[in-house]
Write a protein that binds this ligand. Structure first.
Ligand SMILES: Nc1ncnc2c1ncn2[C@@H]1O[C@H](COP(=O)(O)OP(=O)(O)OP(=O)(O)O)[C@@H](O)[C@H]1O
Length: 670
């Protein structure tokens, strides 16, 4: 302690300049010697790098000796003895140099000079070891490549059908045209004004009818191939499945539930039922519906002949059942003898919408019901009062092993039996989701895509368009959009109605609230306009159509619209899918759709079966970017023409509009 204090207290002896110079000389000499020694001992640099030398030495060793480029390496450190020592730079690319190698880098000028004309990075040799070119980030795969990755092989090999394809129906000769249609069916179709088959029908009908084996009701030793069809709105998908089902089921002797058609809404069920009734007229097939419109007991009585006896083969009053998924599940769970074992066809129309509905896992339950279950399961599912007497009654071939009391010894010669249920999926916007497709357990499926192919298009393009949601629109459809302030939307609608002849129209809004408000304003506007015009002026009749209305009201409104008593229906997306009203000549999206699928289905309510139609979308200014991006992503922006409306275009409507607005405000104030 004292020593330390003493030392610290002793004043330091000043070092003279002469002594400083001597010390420096000694230091430089030692340094020079060290360098000489190091040059004579190869591998010292590496040693230094491994931390055996002190930092000062490392710097000295590395700086002049490591060239950054090949040129420097070849020239060697002595090629330019006058060159200024390079400044130490940070290693720019960690992939190019090991950051731990504290080596000197070339100056930027040297870098540029040393780059070959191709400007590609040149391997650098550091002390004999090559350094590799800087790793380059590979180009991102194109959207096309990504979209085609992991595709279902059946989808990748989809068959494309040109939308303009038609096939005239030759009335007299049976199957002269290769369609497999009977003379009777051709006659019926002509009575219904169907004189030619549309594109989707030319592909689907022969596929289901022309092979005699396919016409059988049971195919237990070779299940039929399933079918997925994507075709534009209004292209005739309904007849594509209704006609073959009627043709094949007409050969049946006993009534069994052999065709099940699942649709997303009650309105669609009724519409498809009408088509079945019309095409199957006089064939003796019984067609039933299950939508929940009637009481459950009433529906049970309509569907099942014998609910009292437990029949393993099931019991059915109908050959064809058209239903919504919810009610179907109710019957599977709670209707005795309701069985899907005899199903020959399971049709899922508007398939993408239905597959998106997870309601009680309806699809899993339906598929399970088509397959044979173990006898123990049958007994568990049977109401207790019926357990004792499971009477065998015409089990489907794939279910025969469940037959009680009949012993069967299995041998190697037994062929495996499968249910004969053939799945047919239809949509204008078929799903591309591999998980959803997988959930259907499709049997060796075939994909058909109705889509125009340009000469330049590759065979992949059709599939790619489907996968990338570039859906085909009806050729006879004209599309327009008006970008306006949100407050101007009602005025723009009135402008379309009165200046562009928008009538026989469906107007889509985003909510029931929006529908009600619009209908009120429209009524006020029409009365105000009528009071201004000549006495003969006929105001337009507009009616709301929403889920808030009862089934009977909705039916009556649709009928009044079909008979053109009502000129315009204002509705939600409830009827944006599938509804077929031939005289709809205009569709207005009063509130712009939020996705491309919705857009496709809405505009598809017009321009059906080759008829002309116009679709209009009112886009609020703040939505314009999003809406255009949506169309652009589907390669559809160019098809939608922008209509610019200026003040003078709407000037004559303004007085009535302002009066109507005043009246609406009063109503809401109350
Ligand atoms: N071959 C045909 N000849 C004449 N009209 C036809 C023919 N096929 C279908 N139609 C008519 O075309 C209209 C549209 O048919 P459908 O409702 O089956 O279309 P869709 O493809 O199911 O449309 P969406 O995808 O909108 O449900 C119907 O009115 C139908 O009667």
């Amino acid at each position: 302690m004292t020593t330390e204090t003493q030392v610290s207290q002793t004043p330091a002896k000043p070092i003279t300049n002469k002594e400083k110079t001597k010390a420096k000389k000694r230091y430089l000499k030692a340094k020079k010697d060290r360098r000489k020694r190091r040059k004579s001992v190869p591998g010292l640099v590496e040693k230094a790098h491994s931390g055996l030398e002190d930092e000062d030495e490392l710097e000295d060793v590395a700086l002049p000796e490591v060239p950054a480029t090949e040129e420097h390496a070849q020239a060697g450190p002595s090629s330019n003895p006058d060159a200024r020592p390079h400044k130490k730079r940070k290693v720019a690319d960690p992939g190019l140099q090991d950051p731990e190698e504290n080596v000197k880098q070339a100056s930027p000028e040297d870098d540029l000079a040393s780059l070959p004309s191709t400007s590609k990075p040149v391997p650098t040799i550091i002390n004999g070891l090559p350094s590799f070119p800087a790793p380059r980030r590979p180009d991102a795969p194109s959207k096309k490549t990504l979209a085609l990755q992991g595709l279902d092989t059946a989808l990748a090999g989809a068959e494309l059908i040109e939308p303009s394809t038609v096939l005239p129906i030759v009335p007299d000769e049976e199957d002269e045209d290769g369609t497999g249609l009977s003379r009777r069916m051709k006659k019926r179709l002509r009575e219904l004004s169907v004189t030619e088959l549309f594109a989707v029908q030319t592909a689907v009908i022969p596929m289901l009818l022309s092979n005699p084996r396919q016409r059988q009701l049971y195919l237990p030793h070779g299940s039929p191939r399933d079918l997925c069809v994507s075709a534009p709105t209004g292209s005739g998908k309904t007849l594509a499945y209704v006609v073959p089902i009627i043709e094949i089921l007409s050969h049946r002797t006993v009534t069994r539930l052999r065709a099940l058609v699942v649709l997303p809404t009650r309105d669609l069920v009724m519409q498809v039922r009408e088509t079945f009734e019309a095409v199957g007229k006089g064939r003796g097939l019984k067609i039933g519906m299950a939508t929940g419109q009637h009481s459950f007991a009433h529906e049970q009585a309509q569907l099942i002949a014998d609910q009292a006896t437990r029949l393993q083969g099931g019991s059915s009053r109908v050959d064809i059942l058209i239903c919504t998924p919810g009610r179907l599940i109710d019957h599977l769970a709670g209707t005795p003898n309701f069985s899907l074992q005899h199903l020959r066809y399971l049709v899922i129309d508007e398939a993408d919408r239905l597959l998106a509905q997870s309601f009680q896992d309806w699809l899993v339950q339906v598929l399970a019901a088509t397959r044979p279950t173990a006898i123990s399961d049958v007994l568990v599912m049977t109401p207790p009062s019926l357990v004792d007497v499971p009477a065998a009654d015409a089990l489907a071939p794939a279910h025969r092993h469940l037959l009680r009391g009949v012993s069967h010894i299995h041998t190697d010669l037994d062929e495996k039996t499968e249910p004969t249920c053939q799945k047919l999926l239809f949509s204008a916007t078929l799903t591309r989701d591999p998980a959803k497709i997988a959930s259907l357990h499709l049997n060796n499926p075939r994909y058909l895509i109705v889509q125009s192919t340009s000469e330049k298009a590759s065979p992949d393009d059709g599939v790619l368009n489907l996968v990338m949601e570039k859906f085909t629109m009806p050729a006879s459809l004209s599309e327009h959009m008006i970008v306006c302030d949100s407050a101007q939307k009602p005025l723009m609608l009135f402008y379309l109605v009165h200046k562009h002849g928008v009538s026989n129209a469906l107007i889509f809004t985003k909510s029931a609230e929006s529908t009600n408000r619009l209908v009120r304003l429209f009524d006020f506007f029409e009365s105000a306009l009528a009071s201004e015009k000549a006495p003969g002026h006929q105001p337009k009749v507009l009616q709301a159509y929403s889920s808030e209305l009862g089934a009977a009201d909705r039916k009556s409104i649709l009928e009044r619209f079909k008979s053109q008593e009502v000129n315009i229906l204002v509705c939600s997306d409830l009827i944006s899918r599938g509804i077929d009203i031939s005289h709809v000549s205009h569709v207005v999206s009063y509130d712009a759709p939020v996705d491309m699928r919705k857009y496709v289905h809405r505009v598809g309510r017009t321009a059906r079966a080759g008829r002309a139609g116009d679709a209009w979308t009112l886009v609020e200014e703040q939505e314009a970017r999003y809406f255009k991006a949506l169309l652009n992503a589907a390669d559809h922006l160019d098809a939608v023409k922008r209509l610019r409306v200026v003040e003078k275009d709407v000037a004559s409507l303004l007085p009535s509009y302002e009066r109507a607005l005043g009246q609406l405000k009063e109503v809401y104030a109350r």
